[in-house]
Write a protein that binds this ligand. Structure first.
Ligand SMILES: Cc1cc2nc3c(=O)[nH]c(=O)nc-3n(C[C@H](O)[C@H](O)[C@H](O)COP(=O)(O)OP(=O)(O)OC[C@H]3O[C@@H](n4cnc5c(N)ncnc54)[C@H](O)[C@@H]3O)c2cc1C
Length: 520
C-alpha cells in the first residue's frame, strides 16, 4: 500500500522555515480542499539567527507567488532595494573597487562584450562599459519609480531587509492568508518508523506531531538531518576561511541620510565588513577568519570602520553581537522523509547573500516535485541531493574566486587565499579556460545555475583578470565590432536616462511608505 504525502511538518520558524511554509502553502490548496497540510513548529526557547539582510532578485518572484503585497513587505520589514554588491579594497587594498550588479551586461544573450571591452579596459571599468547599474548605485538611486508597479523594475533588484521583522511578517502572512498551522513549542525527540523514516516529533507541550515529510529548518542546531540522522558535514574551512561574524545595528546620524542601493563590502586584514542600508538603520558587520585575527582584533577593525560613519564615541559604545559558524554543508540534504533547508543544511559566509536564495530554490523544488507517495520520494530525494550539491559547488567556486584573484600583500589571510591547494579543482579548470576565453553562455553547464556567467564576468574583470583571447580572425569581425560599439553607446544613453529619471533610494522608499506602489 503506497503511503501518500499529505502533511508536511516544518521544524523551525526563522526565515528558512517561514519561506518554505509560504512557498508550499501557496503552491498547494489547503488540506480541506484536497491539498497539502502545512504545519510549522518553532521553539519559544531558541532564538532565530536574526541576521541575513540581503536577498537576490529571486525574492521578488517568491514573495509575489506567495501573494505578498510588495508595499506592505517594504513597510513592515524595513526593506530597501538592493541592486548588487560593491567590493572595496578587494584587489590591491589601495582604494580599488568594483561592482557585481544584478543586471546582465547589455545584449548579453547576443554578444560577449568582454573581447571589445578589453581593448579599452584602461579607460572604463567593465561594469560601467556594459551596464548602467554601477552608476545608478554610485548616485544612490532606486531601481524603479513610484509609477512602476509592484515587483516590476526599471533595473533589476532584490532587497535589503530586517531579518527579525521578515520572519514575523512571513509568519502572519502564512498563518492568516495561507492557512499554515503554527505551533509554538520545543521539539525534544524523534519517533522513527521501522524503515528509519520519521514518524513524528515529540514536543514539550503538544505531544507527538506526526507527518509524511519533515523539513528541518532548525538553523545551526540541525536537529533532524544532523543530530538525528547524523548526515556527515562537508567542512569547507580549507577553502573559505571565514568562520566568525560580528554584527551591529547602526543608526543613521540624520533621518534623511542617503540609503545605499547596494551592499557595500569592504575588505579588512582577515575578512570583510558588510554595510547594508535599511530605511531606519544600517546593518553593519565584520565577517572574519578566527585563524587569522582574534575576536578583539576583528572588533577593533569594525569599530574603526564605524568611526567615520557615526563618530568616535558612538562607534566605541555600539553593541556588537558575535556569531560563530562552521563553513560547510551536509553531504546530503534530503534523507529518508526529511529534508534540510536553511542553516541546518549548511552555511558559508554571506559574501554573495547565497543563503536565502538556496532556501527559495529548495522550497520551490520541493513544491514542484512533491512526491505523490513515500515510494516516489526515493527518486525525488536523489534528484534534490544532486541538484543542491551542484548549487553548493557553484557557490563555493564563485565565493573563492573573490579571494583567489586578490593582489593584496597585507597578511597571511589574503596570501593564503591565493594558494593553489585551497582552490577547488572545478574552479582551477574554469580559470585555465578563462585565461584564453571569456566566460559566456556556454560556460553555464546547467540551465538553472545560481550564478550566471555574467556574474563570473563581473568579478573576473572587476578584479583585473585578463583573458588572452584567440588571435584567430572571425569572418564577422567587423559586424561584431559594430554591434559591440552599438551596445556600448546604448549603455551610455541608458545610463544618462536613468541618472536623470530615477529617484533617490530614500525618496522612493518614503513615498512607498505613504502612498504605496501600484498593484500589478
Ligand atoms: C553573519 C551572517 C550574515 C548573513 N547574511 C545573509 C545575507 O545577507 N543574505 C542571506 O541570504 N543570508 C544571510 N545569512 C544566512 C541567513 O541568516 C539564514 O540563511 C536565514 O536567516 C535562515 O536561517 P534559518 O531559518 O535556517 O535558521 P534560524 O533563523 O536560526 O531559525 C532556526 C529556527 O529553528 C528553531 N528551533 C531550533 N531548535 C528547535 C527545537 N528543538 N524545537 C523547535 N524549534 C527549534 C528556532 O526556534 C528557530 O525558529 C547570514 C548569516 C550569518 C550568520
Amino acid at each position: 500500500m503506497y503511503r501518500p504525502i499529505k502533511k508536511v511538518v516544518i521544524v523551525g520558524g526563522g526565515s528558512a522555515g517561514w519561506l518554505t511554509a509560504g512557498v508550499l502553502a501557496s503552491h498547494f490548496q489547503s488540506a480541506e480542499r484536497g491539498g497539502l497540510e502545512v504545519v510549522l513548529i518553532e521553539s519559544p526557547d531558541v532564538a532565530t539567527i536574526g541576521v541575513g539582510e540581503g536577498t537576490w532578485p529571486s525574492m521578488r518572484t517568491t514573495l509575489q507567488k506567495m501573494g505578498v503585497s510588495e508595499s506592505d513587505f517594504i513597510r513592515e520589514c524595513d526593506a530597501s532595494f538592493k541592486q548588487g554588491s560593491r567590493f572595496d579594497n578587494w584587489v590591491t587594498g589601495d582604494n580599488d573597487h568594483y561592482y557585481h550588479p544584478f543586471s546582465l551586461p547589455q545584449g548579453f544573450g547576443d554578444l560577449n562584450l568582454v573581447k571589445y571591452w578589453q581593448t579599452v579596459r584602461d579607460k572604463i571599468s567593465f561594469t560601467d562599459a556594459v551596464t548602467q547599474q554601477g552608476q545608478i548605485c554610485d548616485h544612490g538611486l532606486a531601481a524603479k519609480q513610484i509609477t512602476t508597479p509592484e515587483y516590476a523594475f526599471n533595473v533589476n533588484y532584490g532587497y535589503h531587509l530586517d531579518a527579525g521583522k521578515f520572519a514575523k511578517f512571513l509568519q502572519k502572512h502564512c498563518v492568516e492568508k495561507l492557512g499554515v498551522a503554527h505551533i509554538l513549542d520545543h521539539v525534544t525527540s524523534i519517533n522513527s518508523r521501522p524503515n528509519e523514516d520519521i514518524e513524528s516529533i515529540n514536543s514539550k507541550h503538544n505531544g507527538a506531531i506526526a507527518g509524511d515529510l519533515f523539513v528541518d529548518c532548525t538553523g545551526f542546531a540541525s536537529l533532524l538531518i544532523g543530530e538525528h540522522y547524523k548526515i556527515p558535514f562537508n567542512n569547507l574551512d580549507n577553502i573559505l576561511y571565514n568562520d566568525s561574524a560580528l554584527a551591529a545595528q547602526v543608526p543613521y546620524v540624520n533621518e534623511d541620510d542617503p540609503i545605499a542601493s547596494h551592499t557595500l563590502s569592504t575588505a579588512q586584514s582577515a575578512g570583510w565588513v558588510w554595510n547594508i542600508g535599511l530605511p531606519s538603520r544600517r546593518g553593519i558587520g565584520h565577517v572574519y577568519s578566527s585563524k587569522y585575527i582574534s575576536r578583539e582584533g576583528a572588533e577593533r577593525e569594525l569599530r574603526d570602520y564605524l568611526e567615520p560613519i557615526i563618530g568616535r564615541r558612538d562607534a566605541e559604545e555600539l553593541s556588537v553581537r558575535s556569531i560563530s559558524f562552521k563553513p560547510g554543508h551536509r553531504q546530503q540534504f534530503w534523507h529518508k522523509n526529511c529534508v534540510a533547508i536553511g542553516l541546518s543544511a549548511g552555511f558559508v559566509e554571506p559574501l554573495e547573500a547565497s543563503a536565502l536564495v538556496l532556501v527559495e530554490y529548495s522550497a520551490k523544488m520541493i513544491a514542484q516535485q512533491m512526491p505523490e507517495n513515500r515510494e516516489m520520494m526515493e527518486l525525488t530525494s536523489k534528484r534534490f541531493n544532486d541538484k543542491f550539491s551542484q548549487h553548493w559547488q557553484q557557490i563555493i567556486d564563485f565565493l573563492k574566486l573573490h579571494y583567489l584573484l586578490n593582489q593584496r600583500n597585507d597578511g597571511g589571510f589574503w596570501q593564503d587565499n591565493r594558494n593553489k591547494e585551497s582552490v577547488p579543482q572545478s574552479l582551477q579548470e574554469s580559470l585555465t579556460l578563462w585565461r584564453n576565453q571569456a566566460p559566456w553562455l556556454d560556460d553555464a553547464p546547467h540551465f538553472d545555475d545560481l550564478f550566471s556567467s555574467a556574474s563570473f564576468q563581473y568579478v573576473l574583470y572587476g578584479m583585473g583578470f585578463v583573458s588572452h583571447l584567440s588571435q584567430l580572425t572571425l569572418r564577422d569581425e567587423e559586424a561584431g565590432l559594430a554591434a559591440a560599439n552599438g551596445l556600448f553607446n546604448e549603455n551610455v544613453k541608458k545610463t544618462n536616462q536613468f541618472l536623470a529619471s530615477l529617484p533617490k533610494n530614500r525618496d522612493l522608499l518614503n513615498k512607498i511608505k505613504t502612498v504605496g506602489l501600484k498593484k500589478l
